[in-house]
Design a protein. Sequence first.
Lengths: 544, 297, 333
Amino acid sequence: MMRNNRWLFLCTVLISLVLLAACSYGNEETTTTSADSDRNSESGPKKGGKVTIPIIADPTFNPWHPNAYAESNVINRVIFSGLTQPGKDLLPMPDLATKWETSEDELEWTFHLRDDVLWHDGEKFTAEDVAYTFNEIVLNEKLGANNTSNFRLLKEVQVVDEYTVKFLLEKPVAALPAYLSLNTEIIPKHIFEGKDPWELTSFNKEQPVGTGSFKLKSYTSGQNVVLERNEDFYGDTALLDEVEYKVLADANTHVAQLLSGELSIFALEDLSAIDRIENAENVGIYARETPRFFWIIANQEEEKYQDVRVRQAILHSIDRQNIIDTVLKGYGTIADAGIAPALKEYYTDDVTRYDFDPERAKELLAEAGWKDTDGDGIVDKDGKPFTIDFKIGIQGDLEAISQMVQQYLKTAGFDVKLNAMEWNAMVQDVVVNRNYEVSLNWWRYPSDPDLSAYFHSESVKGFNIPAYKNPELDKLLDAGGQTSDVAERQKIYIEAQKLMAEELPYIFLWYPQEAQVRVDKLKGVPELAFGDALNYIHEWYIEE
Amino acid sequence: MELSSKPHYTSEIVVKPNKGKTTLLQGLRQNKVAYFSFWFLIVIHIAVFIGPFIWTINPEELQQTGALASWSFQHPFGTDDLSRDVLSRMLHGGRVTLIVGLAAMLFSLLIGTFVGACAGFFGKIVESVLMRITEAMMAIPTFFFILVALTVLGTSPLMVIVVIALAGWMEIARVVYGETLKWKQYEFVEAANASGATPIRILTKYIIPQIVPSIIVSGTLTIAAAILTESAISYLGLGIQAPTATWGNMLQNSQQYIWTAPVLGILPGAAITIVVLTYNFLGDGLRDALDPKFVKK
Amino acid sequence: MYFKSTLPLLHIQGGGDEVLKFLMNRLGQSVVLLLIVTIITFFLINLAPGGPASTMRMDASPEERQAMIEKLGLDQPIIVRYFDWITNAVQGDLGTSFTSSEPVIKRIAERLPYTIELTVFTILISVFLGILFGVLSAVKRGKAQDHVINFLSVIGLSLPAFWLGLMLILLFSITLGWLPSSGVGPRGADFDLMGWISHLILPVLILTTTVLPNIVRFTRSSMLEVISQNYIRTARAKGAKESVVLYVHALRNALIPIITIIGMLIPRLLSGAVITEAIFGWTGIGTLIIEAARGRDYPLVMGVTVVITVVVVVSNLLVDLLYSRVDPRVKNV
């Protein structure tokens, strides 16, 4: 009897605790919103407020650090500044550099720097910082810093005077200003000089010092990073008081917190949540173009993929629009070349198109000698069936997309074995060892049409993973990469796109659109992809 | 555990091992839940292995009905996020899941019985070494081991089976060890030893047959554990990969669609739970049927 | 009840010297165990295809990759690397994490408390409820309560943990909005008691289901064994009240094996913590080792493995010691 009563009592206590906790959790939201609505709402940008952004892991506050991935980039872009930044039309615009010019032979670029920039610790920003960043970090091969492949042709950076630097190149690089606008921020010489830049955890993991519109207020590992407004910012002082980055490893949580008002803005990775967000009241979804394209690659070292008709047949067999609608919920445009619509100046869709046409695919395969002679549903040639060893890494939507691709290819008569590997294992196999037949992935590149790194025969050891070699394409890429004249480049790149669509060095799939989700009360965000919009975070403001 | 000295118990099992199994089934009948579970499992296995021959839709084929379609006569369970028929995937997935469970269990059984019997029978150094290894493996938390092992060995079905087996043989080893120690002392074993039979012969002809009922019980419970482990591995993304369906990876895939199509998650989850449940009931029932104390009371 | 036959070391004869000998013996064995575990883990993780995440980026050029490999010392033969690691480890230096360039010890120290939080609460609740239900089940053996408890136990053992987690999140976080779906809750300056509890509830619940059924069933069978023993009959014959008999005598003796089962459940608890932490984004060492394995952060994987093994070994040791003190048969020899 006694035991039963005690038991009852304990149960009651436990249940009441649970209810209490639940009530207070539910109340968190209501108290914050009522406080917010107290502020009177006038139209026009107002100072104040906070923006919350999710990141999936602890960041590293050093844009060049090999461990600085996406979660670090979104913070470093705000704390630090580069020489240039993406303009609202994606073309490079002044940031730390006010203007730049190039010599006749385009081997020397002179950048004139601002003279009113202070580091967050009060020191003055000078040309020495730029020289240090490039000469000691970027060009130091032993360090293995990020993003240095874009600066392969950089010989050195010279300090001309306190606010002028010269970039000396081995060959002309028309894309230099564009390269300087993406993840290539300047770090302070006076802190790093003489130290190992990757081991300096007091900077990289605790107290970074940058020149951006916000500076670090606090960082709790596994929890959040809080930035506060930099009152001494060289540009327009930010309107927001604070920016908080919450560490949330699980993508589902991002959506849940967006809907409950705890997160303000981010790029949606998992598009299956789109319907929920569309139906929500205070949140909007915005489709944004990004310089990215999804591709399938067929190893050009394998004979059967060297015939362009085979590659074309593969492309005709896949109903790309259906995959875009099913997996990407419509957020993508079919691609038949590599230059994304985001690069408005250079993009053209006047190229060979590859409709979903299984009949045409069959014809092309037959022309290339592949027919289903034994009626087993698989095309063959000289008695050998066309088997495809399809290797992909498991990340994001790649698995879902690849499964659909596999089904389409099977229907077209290919015997496809899909090998979905762990990401690291895939990189080791496909990218490092080039031990693959067919793979599927995507590239994201700086906002410049120079795609030599991915298509040029000299980049075979680098990012030209399919090992595609075409002297005609090489010529075009060289020409386009070495002149800064916009009109000329436009002509060159239109031709390049036509050639790419004909020859399919990569089997182009689509240009994905970013689904940017944002609470309605956050305003002032330019119509750019989230990553690029962060460059304008000092213009964002909250309006209830 | 007391050594039962009931003569009829020993003679029944020693002289005619088969009788042991029949007694098992009869004992099982007393436990209605376990009895029901036994037949239920047989039905499920038949359904899952024969089913695909009746319901012939390809589980990987993209259906015209489109993705996330609701149920219809064509697709009784609708289609999944990539427009594949869910019923077909449940059947094929069931096959894979159950085979993985069975195979992992058999493998575990092999290793565990070998280790336990050797340790119990040979004693001294062999016993020390083998039981220390067993305890060491039990000390490493399963998922830490599985995580690291699968990261290295890759996620092919064979490797998944091997890793699950390697993570679960220890229980069986302990049981077999204990039983071997017990049966080793019986007169008929000592007699065989005295008459010059080799250890292997003694083990296989005399001791192991006595242990078979316990092994069956352990085996049943191990299948249940193996199926659960497979689903947990899939949750971490390390299990058998798509497009091959398993209930575990179907469950993992359904997380994103828990809002729009909860059926995708409820079905495989319920299937796993029910199968594991029935295996557990069966195992419990078998164990109770074997327990002399239970019979006595 | 087969566990007894595998604990041959427990029959200590009482007295300080013997205890010390026992401890030294176990310590020696534990060191060997630790060594074996580290060797196995080191070779396993280094054999995994691919390398540390920083060398495995799609957008890293071959030169960058090579530079990183050399910087991290990965171009050395594997045996050399193991010896480097082990010589540092015995001096207390578990190395530097590849993915964050911070000392491994620091990263573990940051996350371990969260896992401890989770497991301690789970143990408290599981032991309390486990003993309660186990005793109830034993006392009412064969009756309705017994059957219901047994049924629920088996269901608890059969539910895939993350499915249960998913369903609970669906119910309590998404539909009802009562509880948070993930995270450890605000800490440090913003710490708030109710928030803390609300974040703990679901993870602890899930983790409990992985061990509670075992404790219940074990307590039940342990109690049943004890109830049938002679001295209970003697106590009853002496006329003590039924409940006193049950409580004091039976429970006390049944508790002994229960202590050992708790010790044996620690590895299972830590294992379950990996999944539970993954489901709820609970930033403990479970999620830490998942990240570390994925990112091939070898020093971190090794560090966490060492810590986990030490925890398990120490808890087994404590359980054995406790057992020897509590068991009257052993104590009074």
